[in-house]
Ligand binder design. Structure first.
Ligand SMILES: *[C@@H]1O[C@H](CO)[C@@H](O)[C@H](O)[C@H]1NC(C)=O
Ligand SMILES: *[C@@H]1O[C@H](CO)[C@@H](O)[C@H](O)[C@H]1NC(C)=O
Length: 266
């Protein structure tokens, strides 16, 4: 689903490595959040009053008996280069069955000058943040998307998409598939070569729970709420989720060797 960047330019390798890191961290966040949902149902973290949307999402919880919607959540750098493809995808949908949210660069507006598909007009978040590739701001941007989408009680499935994702099936197939499943879809695997776990993340994120996977996931409403309401896992990521380890000046050239070796793994 994601575009592979052409290989050998070192700057791009670093960028790609950053992307991989973001994917890893996002999934680890989701995974830990899901685990918390299953194993500690009475999260006692106080509900911050500075985030009114959370309170609204709580109130709207429970069963919804209208037509359920899929919320398509696009995390974009600027525009959506594949808008024409998604446009024809949504043309075969019922407008009552889906909603669209886009997190793009702050101030970037989707209108006739920036997109070829009117499905995307004005669908950008107004509170989007500057995302630094490979850092926890990526997770925060995803949380903003989920938080906005939770404000509509009709949204019952939440699909996170990159600006290079393409639909492989038609709308009605995807709608039926996601709606008939009572599970979220999250990619997760153990990467034996992974050396990015920071011991200080423990005990909030224990080493044996550390996983890698794609951040492009599909969530049930209850799981989206867990991620948006989380005040335990994200702060740990904010602290330890950096684009790459800080340079150890004592090691000199060894830093560079380490970086390029890591990049080769991808
Ligand atoms: C959507 O795709 C499914 C499976 O590929 C197919 O059976 C169905 O006819 C398609 N529906 C429409 C409306 O094109
Ligand atoms: C829209 O939702 C309704 C009710 O859930 C469903 O019957 C219908 O097939 C959906 N339309 C499409 C195009 O998937």
């Amino acid at each position: 689903m994601m575009k592979k960047l052409p290989a050998p330019v070192p700057a791009r390798q670093v960028l790609w490595l950053g992307w991989k890191l973001v994917i890893l961290l996002s999934v680890a966040l989701c995974f830990v959040a899901l685990l918390r949902l299953h194993f500690s149902p009475d999260l006692s973290s106080p509900n911050s009053l500075s985030r009114p949307a959370r309170v609204r999402s709580r109130i709207s919880g429970g069963t919804f008996d209208g037509i359920p919607k899929i919320a398509f959540l696009f995390l974009a750098r600027f525009n959506l280069p594949l808008d024409f493809l998604w446009g024809s995808f949504f043309e075969n949908a019922d407008v009552a069955n889906f909603s669209i949210y886009i997190h793009s660069a702050p101030g970037f507006v989707f209108d006739e000058s920036t997109t070829r598909s009117l499905f995307f007009y004005d669908r950008q978040l107004t509170n989007s943040i500057q995302v630094i590739w490979g850092e926890s701001s990526m997770i925060e941007a995803e949380r903003l998307l989920l938080e906005s989408a939770l404000e509509d009680p009709a949204n019952q499935r939440f699909v996170l998409l990159s600006d290079s994702c393409v639909p492989l099936y038609n709308f009605s197939y995807i709608y039926r598939y996601l709606m008939s499943s009572s599970r979220s879809f999250v990619d997760s695997f153990l990467d034996a070569k992974d050396g990015r776990y920071h011991p200080k993340m423990s005990p909030v994120i224990p080493k044996e729970k550390w996983r890698k996977g794609s951040q492009w996931i599909s969530l049930l409403r209850s799981h989206a709420e867990v991620i948006v309401d989380d005040e335990v896992v994200l702060p740990v990521f904010k602290k330890f989720c950096k684009r790459r380890p800080p340079m150890d000046t004592g090691k000199g050239k060894l830093n560079i060797v380490k970086t390029s070796k890591a990049a080769q793994l991808y």
